[in-house]
Design a binder for this molecule. Sequence first.
Ligand code: CTP
Ligand code: CA
Length: 230
Amino acid sequence: LIAFVQPKLLAGKRLLITAGPTFEPIDPVRGITNRSSGKMGFALARAAAEAGAEVTLVAGPVHLATPHGVRRIDVQTALQMHEAVLPRAAAHDIFIATAAVADWRPATMNEHKIKKDKSPDAPKSAPVFELTENPDILAAVAALPDKPFCVGFAAESQDLIKHARDKLQRKGVPLIVGNLGPATFGRDDNALVLVDADGERHLPADGQARDKLSLARELVADIARRLHAS
Ligand code: CTP
Ligand code: CA
C-alpha cells in the first residue's frame, strides 16, 4: 500500500549506475582488485527502482543479489565497464558512478600462470609488473555532448572535502558524494557528504552512520530534486 501513496520521484527516468570493484588480471589465476563490496551502489540501484526509475546496473565482481526490477550487466575489468557504460550513457537521464574502478591495470596479461621457478639454477627474483592507467569512466560520460546528470563518489583516507571539490572540477560533474569515515568499505552503514559548487550537505544531517539503504533513499530523493531543478 505504501508504494501507492509514496510519490514516485524518478517515474519515467532512466538511471545508469556502476558498482563494486573491478578485477584486473595479471595471469589466469591472479589479479588486482580492491575492497569495494558494491553495497552502496546496489542500495542506490534498489532505491532508484523503488522511486520509479528504469535502472541499469553495471556491476564488477561482487556477491550481491540483483535488486528487484533492475537490469544488471556484469563485468570484470575497468575496460569492460567502460565498454558497457559509454555507449549506453547518453540514453539515460542520470549516471551514478559508485564503482571503485581500478586506477591501473597490468600492462600485459600473461597467457599462462607465472611460475616461481623458471629454471632450477636461475637466480630467484620476484616479478615486477608494469601498470598502465585505466580510462576514467565518469569523466568520459561527463564529457559526452548528450550527457546525463552525473554523480561521482569519493572515498578518501584524508582531506575528503578538499579532494571531493577537486574531483568536481577535474571530472566536470555537478555532484560528488563523499564517504565519511575511514572504513565504510564492506559495511552495512555509512555517512555521506554531498559536495557541489554551492557547498556541502551531510547525509544524515547529524553525520552519524546509518544503514546504506536509508541513505540511498535520501540520496535518490536529493538527486531527483537536482534533476528537476536543472
Ligand atoms: N571513476 C571512474 N573511472 C575511473 C576512476 C574513477 O568512473 N577510472 C569514478 C568513480 O566511480 C567515482 C569517481 O570517479 O565516482 C571518483 O573516483 P576516485 O577513485 O575517488 O577518483 P580518481 O579520479 O580515480 O582519483 P584518486 O583515486 O587518485 O583519488
Ligand atoms: Ca581512483
